[in-house]
Every structure is written in structure tokens, then in C-alpha cells.
Write a protein that binds this ligand. Structure first.
Ligand SMILES: Cc1cc2nc3c(=O)[nH]c(=O)nc-3n(C[C@H](O)[C@H](O)[C@H](O)COP(=O)(O)OP(=O)(O)OC[C@H]3O[C@@H](n4cnc5c(N)ncnc54)[C@H](O)[C@@H]3O)c2cc1C
Length: 430
């Protein structure tokens, strides 16, 4: 690695890790600075003493069509860390009337399942399904409501949970282009591309730790607890970066990738415009009894379930831990943890057949800046990977990937920035 050109990467979230791994594969020497003492950023696990379990900051749903992520996992030799769900399906329950249904994407490229009772959303009309085709080609500035009647059953039963899950944004203000792009790569592609994947041992074990170990194994272990305080710009390039431990000169031909959240990117780089609206995600993790009959029942049920007409949006079960996701959480995220946990427990217990009057132990995790708000206006503010500085490139889920701000967007942004950095260095060395 010694004589390879360095690429300095700021931030060891999914974008920074993917950038470092790809840069190493392209013949560069990644030097990764991470402000905290762990990698993963907004996608990580931690041990929760109160539950005596390892939990994720929030359950992350990954789909088979997330090709950037699966390539990253191949690159780090960790393809087996995620568990595919068989069959590829999305079960729902309407809490108002108890009605249940399951969306089952079909095996081929043509989404005929959209029209077949038993595979699709009840109350959907042909016209609603034709709208999906138009949304897949929506223009950048169109809201979802340009295509779908917000008063239709399809809006509440399909588009709302989809917008919350994929964009962390209420469907009423969501970007149609971002949903369309996600649909084109997953639900409208094939059953395989639609297949949900979960991390049975947690996000860090599946996605983060193997990436850190891979980098360590090639002599490029991330530098933890090193916050980049400022960048020094001169002559149209980054000349140095300052951390708490000193100043690093950026030699000619070396590149810098900022894989940071938007606010931090805006702070470090002059004149850059970044999205400024964020939405919260709240996760409530409940520890259930080990009662064998309950265990048996839970394991025979789907490991996740979408709720309609409830403050709880998605329920995921992993062993004896039930994790509930509330996206686009708004004012709910400002409520005390105890109130949130008891507010949603009734619905969660009803959906899982648990005792609703006895609250289990819980842990509430509030991520107030979980993602940018994915409205057409905020989408327009996302920055390109190239900057006006020769040797500086941007990555992060919020950059202009054309994709929703998700793991997949973060990974692909990192991979793209690494490619640009390698191209820059190679050109300089010619
Ligand atoms: C609760 C929750 C649920 C989610 N659910 C899903 C889901 O189901 N599916 C999905 O695909 N996505 C989901 N996401 C989104 C996904 O987690 C993010 O899109 C992704 O993790 C963003 O990665 P990133 O690398 O772009 O940013 P980050 O993870 O924010 O990484 C940035 C890193 O930079 C570091 N840093 C900041 N400032 C500095 C500095 N000055 N110097 C050095 N380091 C610095 C930070 O500590 C951090 O590690 C969810 C997010 C949350 C919070």
C-alpha cells in the first residue's frame, strides 16, 4: 500500500466505508477519519444494557435490488451477513378494520402482480396501477400527489407506507421521482430485486464490522475519534485538513472525499448549498417474554409487518426483541420516551397477539436527523459528487445520486466518489 496515492475520506458511515473499500480496490490507499469511536454513522448496532441485547439504532430494510450494497458486501467478503426473506413479500394489517393483505411481487420483469387479487393491495383500481408506470418516469420536481389521488384507498394502503419506508417522508409531500427510481430498481423489476433482506445479528455485524475488518486487513484501518475540524483551500484544491491531532497536508495527486452529513459538509466547504430539512425516525425496541408458546407463535409469523392507520408503521421481530419503526416521526419524536412506548404498544401487541395491558421492557431510539426530507424542493438541493475543487469529491446518502437517501444511495455515492478520486489521481500521475 505504501506507494499508492492516498485518498483522504471523511466519515466512516456507509458512504465512507464503501468509498474506502472501492478506492482500495482501485489501487489507492484510503485514509479514513471518523469523528466518533465507531463506524456506521446512522446505520449501526449497540449493546443496550436495559434490555441486555444488541439492538440497531433503527431497523433497516434492504431489498435485493440494492446492487451497490451487495457489491460492497462482495468486495469485503461478507455476502452472507444478510438473510433473504422467502417468499419475497410485504404483509400489511389495517388497524382500523383488522384487514390483512400481502403484496407479493412476481418473478418476471412485468409487474403483472399489480393486477392480481391476493398479490396486491385491496381497493386498488386499474387506474392506480397504471399510475405506478408513470411514477417510474416522473420528473425531478413532481410531487407524488401529481400522480395519485390522496383520498384513494391505494394512497393510504400502498403509497403512504412506501413513502415513509423509502423516503422517510409523508406521501403528501414526497418526491415522485425518488419513489419512481426505487420502484424501477426493485418492485417493478423482479421478485428477486424486491426481496426484503434483514440483518439477523444486527446492522454492525452484517454491514459495518466486516468493512472495518477488511480495511484493517489491508493496512487501512479507519482512524476513530478523529474529527476533521477544517479544510484548507488554496489554488482551487484542498491543500490540507485539520483534525484535533494535527494538520495533514494533501499532497499533489491525492484526493479528498467528504462522506459526511449535509450540515457538516456545508460547514467544511465554502459556498456549497446543502439540503436543510430533516425528518426524524423513532424506533422502539421491546423485549418480550421468553414464554415458549409465544416464541413458537412469533417464529411462525412474518418477521416484519406494515401497519396502516397506526402511529407504529413497521414491526420487525428478531428473536425476543420486537422493533417498531415510526418514520417521518415529526412531533412524536419530541414526546418523552415513555409516552411513545406506551402509545404504540397497544397496536403492536394487538398485531402480534401479545398482552396489550402489560408493557414489556423497552428502549426508545430517536434519530432526529435520520434523513433529509425527501420532497421535490429538498431533492433539488442535493449536491453533485464533483465540486469546484479539483481534488475534492462528495459522498453521502444526501448527495445527488438520483436515489432515495438510504443505505443503497449512501453506498453508491461512496463508490462513485472513489471512482472519481481514482480517475483524478491517475490523471495527475500521467
Ligand atoms: C433510524 C433509521 C432508520 C433507517 N432505515 C433505513 C432503511 O430501512 N433502509 C435504508 O436503506 N436506509 C435507512 N436509513 C438511512 C441510512 O441509515 C442512511 O441513509 C445511511 O446510513 C447514511 O450513510 P452516510 O454514510 O451517508 O451518512 P452517516 O451514516 O451520517 O455517516 C457520516 C459519518 O461521518 C461522521 N462525521 C461527521 N462529522 C465528521 C467530521 N467532521 N469528521 C469526521 N467524521 C465525521 C459521522 O460520525 C458518521 O459516522 C435509516 C436511518 C435511520 C437513522
Amino acid at each position: 500500500m505504501g506507494n499508492r496515492p492516498p485518498v483522504y475520506i471523511l466519515g466512516a458511515g456507509m458512504a465512507g466505508l464503501a468509498a474506502a473499500v472501492r478506492a482500495a480496490g482501485l489501487g489507492m490507499r484510503p485514509v479514513l477519519f471518523e469523528a466518533t469511536n465507531h463506524a456506521g454513522g446512522r446505520c449501526r448496532s449497540f449493546f443496550e444494557d436495559g434490555l441486555n441485547r444488541t439492538i440497531d439504532n433503527g431497523t433497516h430494510l434492504i431489498l435485493g435490488g440494492n446492487r451497490g450494497l451487495f457489491t460492497y458486501l462482495d468486495e469485503i467478503g461478507a455476502a452472507g451477513g444478510l438473510t433473504p426473506m422467502h417468499p419475497a413479500q410485504f404483509p400489511f394489517r389495517d388497524m382500523a378494520d383488522g384487514r390483512t393483505w400481502t403484496v407479493r411481487p412476481s418473478a418476471g420483469r412485468i409487474p403483472w402482480w399489480l393486477l392480481v387479487p391476493g398479490r396486491r393491495v385491496p381497493g386498488g383500481r386499474l387506474v392506480d396501477y397504471l399510475a405506478i408506470m408513470r411514477i417510474a418516469r416522473a420528473g425531478e420536481d413532481a410531487p407524488l400527489t401529481d400522480f395519485i389521488d390522496a383520498a384513494s384507498p391505494m394512497f393510504q394502503r400502498f403509497w403512504q407506507p412506501l413513502a415513509r419506508a423509502v423516503l422517510n417522508t409523508e406521501a403528501e409531500e414526497a418526491s415522485a421521482a425518488l419513489i419512481g427510481r426505487m420502484l424501477a430498481e426493485t418492485l417493478m423489476k423482479s421478485a428477486e430485486a424486491s426481496r426484503p433482506y434483514l440483518a439477523p445479528k444486527g446492522l454492525s455485524a452484517a454491514l459495518i464490522d466486516p468493512g472495518v475488518a477488511h480495511l484493517g486487513g489491508i493496512g487501512c484501518a479507519p482512524k476513530f475519534g478523529v474529527r476533521v475540524k477544517s479544510l484548507d483551500f488554496a489554488g482551487g484544491r484542498v491543500g490540507a485538513l485539520e483534525t484535533e491531532t494535527g494538520v495533514t497536508e494533501i499532497e499533489d495527486g491525492a484526493a479528498v472525499i467528504a462522506a459526511l452529513p449535509p450540515g457538516e459538509t456545508g460547514r467544511l466547504i465554502p459556498e456549497i448549498e446543502v439540503p436543510g430539512r430533516f425528518n426524524a425516525i423513532v424506533n422502539v425496541h421491546y423485549l418480550l417474554d421468553e414464554a415458549p408458546e409465544n416464541q413458537q407463535k412469533r417464529h411462525s409469523e412474518a418477521r416484519f409487518l406494515g401497519l396502516i392507520g397506526s402511529p407504529a408503521h413497521w414491526i420487525f421481530t428478531r428473536g425476543d426483541v420486537v422493533s417498531v419503526t415510526i418514520s417521518a416521526a415529526g412531533a412524536l419524536a419530541d414526546q418523552p420516551a415513555e409516552r411513545i412506548a406506551s402509545l404504540i404498544w397497544m397496536d403492536v401487541a394487538a398485531a402480534l397477539g401479545e398482552n396489550g395491558t402489560r408493557m414489556p421492557r423497552y428502549r426508545v431510539v430517536k434519530e432526529k436527523r435520520a434523513t433529509i426530507a425527501q420532497t421535490p424542493a429538498q431533492n433539488a438541493l442535493r449536491a453533485a459528487a464533483e465540486t469546484r475543487f479539483d481534488n475534492l469529491f462528495l459522498a453521502g446518502d444526501w448527495t445527488k445520486t438520483g436515489l432515495p437517501a438510504t443505505i443503497e444511495g449512501a453506498v453508491r455515492s461512496g463508490q462513485k466518489a472513489a471512482g472519481l478520486a481514482a480517475e483524478f489521481s491517475n490523471n495527475r500521475r500521467k
